[in-house]
Design a protein around this ligand. Sequence first.
Ligand SMILES: [Fe+2]
Length: 167
Amino acid sequence: MSYLNIQDEKLIPVVMELNTLLADYHLYYQKLRTFHWNVLGKNFFDLHIKFEEMYNEAQVKIDEIAERILTLRHHPVSKLSDYLKISSLNEASGMTTDQEMVDILLNDHKLILLQMSKVLEASETAGDEGTIDLIGAYTRELEKSSWMLNAWSKSTNDQLKQDEVKS
Ligand SMILES: [Fe+2]
């Protein structure tokens, strides 16, 4: 018998969207490792450490998403070949500039946030409060991380220009 107060068939769309999010996170995780290893230049120390922090956070989320799927009494997709098929993210080589790495990650965040909104939509329809709580928090955290990467991309001159417009 189910220990959940949600009808099983209502959870099928939630699990489908969660599995896509799980696939997205695997590609994102591996991309962060690639960038952690291959980043070059004056920003090496900052970005090498930042990317490690980010992939460690992604690793925790990967486990939580998979275990949420199990809690919903379904099975998480676990083959790398399936992740590549169902994720909307692309792989990266790492042979690119630091700025390009940050731009690629910002774009991935956008795709992951879009997938999170699909999970939230499906969980609202199902009345799945647990998933709404989990993915709602992830959304907030990823948006904050996007703000930080975006701020890193700017130069202090951008701030000066903004101040000139205001005055
Ligand atoms: Fe390392």
